[in-house]
Structure formats: C-alpha cells, structure tokens
Design a protein. Structure first.
Length: 294
C-alpha cells in the first residue's frame, strides 16, 4: 500500500545504474520524496515523470536532503562524485560495492567532513529489489545510530541486516557470502561436466544436484561454525578427514575417465591432504579454514 509522501523521509540517491534505478523505483512507489543524480543526466531525467527531482550536480543533490544514499561503480567514483561536496550534518549511506579496506577509510573520510556513515553490501540483484518474497537484503555496518534512525526507509527496497560498528563488516560479509557462492558454482560446473558427454538429461539431473547441495551445505555450514567457535574439530564428526581424503582418489579417477579437468576440485582436495598431514584424521574438514590464513 502506498503511503502519503508527507509521512516518508526524503531521500537523495546518487547513481542510477541498474541497481540504483531499481532502488529509486521502490522509494518512489513507497511515497518517499526522492532527489536523484547521475553522471549521465538522462538517467536522472527519466525518473522525473515518476516523481523524482533531478539534481544538476552531486552537490545540489546532497544539499537537498539529510539522507544521502550512494550507489556508484566503485570507491574511486564515490570519492570523485563527492569531492568538494559539503557533507556537514549529512547521513551518508554507501551502497557501492567495495572492500573492507576501502570502506573503513571511506567512513573516516565522511566523518571528517561532518557526516555520519553507514556502509552497505547488497545481497540482491536488481529484479529482487522491491520483491520481499525474493529474499534480498543489504548488510549494513558503521553508525548504529544512523542505521536505527533510518531503518524503515532503508528497508523499503530490500531487507536490512546490521552487522556491526566496524564500517568494513558489511563489505566483508558481502564478499564472504559471494565467495561461498562462487565455490558452489565451481562444484556445480564440475558435476555437470562429469555427465556432459553421457546420455543423461541435465534437466533431470539438476533437481538431484540442487537437492543434494541443499541437504549437505546447510548442516555443514552450521557444524563448521560451531567447531571453529569451540576449537574442537572432532565434535560431531560423521565423515572423518582421513576417510574423506582416502575417497578423493575416486573423484579424481572419475574425472580422468570422463575427460574432465580436476582444476575446480583438486585445490580443495590438496588442502584436505595438507590438513591431514598436520592434524588429526578424526577431525572434520574444518581445519582447512586455517590453512587459508596467511
């Protein structure tokens, strides 16, 4: 249900790429007065018929409202867009994809200019924005006060998850989850490669693969976390490290026989072998985590 615009906080949005445009649409639909700016003015002008106010510069857009949301290409573009802009008294929410090591100094940079700062990591793609059932959300870190004050407005496009005062934590959570996703995609690619030359319908195989991943990944993630926290890597082990390392030969032999490169799975197997050499064979796979630390 659309609410009265007078009841909603005004928002300034800098950046109208695919994600920025999707975010803008949700605030407009919810009745938030919206001022927009984009380096290419046509994108901002396109939202005027929908009720947005197009600013002719980043500075004028920032001046228009206390809450300023930035969704640009990268950290350098944030610095360039806000160079020389008066941020005194502003609440700056940066939804630009960055690294933790970029978010922390950007927070200090904003605070030195008189702004409160919140960093965000968007866990959604544009079609998920404004669709609650899609499950998208944004990680936020930095000023808790700012987050609590604007929580309702920030939650209009997608859900919100606050992860701490450290401004780098949103980006870190974002990249950690996406890294796990790409690791999963690697396993999926290897699985499909194994059946690729056989008389197996990939669309029939897909539900088996999807169901297996869901059944294995959920419990494994929770058990890994529990073991890391307790320090007991042998707690509740079902398939020991020693047993699993012994089984890797079968996976590698099957890949060889199917004419499939093992390059997506063998690096993980190598970590398992290394952990077995220095740890206990009765452990779970959790010990490989610390082998990755430099």
């Amino acid at each position: 249900m659309t609410r009265n615009p007078a009841e909603n906080s005004p928002v300034t949005l800098l950046g109208l790429g695919a994600m920025g445009t999707a975010l803008a649409g949700t605030w407009l639909d919810a009745g938030h007065p919206l001022t927009v700016w984009n380096r290419t003015p046509a994108r901002a002008e396109a939202l005027v018929p929908e009720g947005a106010t197009a600013a002719d510069s980043a500075a004028s857009a920032v001046a228009a409202n206390p809450l300023v949301i930035v969704c640009l290409l990268d950290d350098a573009s944030v610095g360039a867009a806000l160079e020389g802009v008066d941020l005194t008294g502003k609440d700056l929410v940066n939804l630009t994809t960055t690294t933790p090591a970029q978010a922390r100094p950007r927070s200090a940079w904003a605070e030195a200019r008189g702004a409160r700062y919140l960093d965000g990591g968007i866990m959604a793609v544009p079609p998920m924005v404004g669709v609650p059932e899609a499950g998208g959300y944004v990680f936020y870190s930095g000023s808790r006060e700012l987050f609590e004050e604007h929580r309702e407005t920030l939650a209009v496009p997608v859900g919100t998850v606050y992860v701490g005062e450290d401004a780098g934590f949103a980006a870190l959570h974002d990249v950690a989850l996406l890294s796990a996703m790409y690791g999963m995609f690697g396993g999926v690619a290897h699985a499909f490669a194994l059946i690729r030359r056989e008389d197996i319908d990939p669309t029939a195989f897909a539900p088996l693969l999807s169901g297996w991943i869901a059944a294995m990944a959920g419990p494994a993630v929770l058990q890994t976390a529990a073991q890391l926290k307790s320090g007991d890597l042998t707690a509740d082990v079902v398939s020991s490290l020693e047993m699993q390392v012994a089984g890797t030969a079968t996976f590698l032999a099957t890949a060889e026989q199917q004419g499939v490169s093992p390059e997506l799975i063998d690096p993980y197997f190598e970590l398992m072998r290394r952990r077995l050499a220095v740890g206990s064979g009765e452990e779970d796979l959790t010990g490989v985590v610390d082998l990755l630390l430099r």
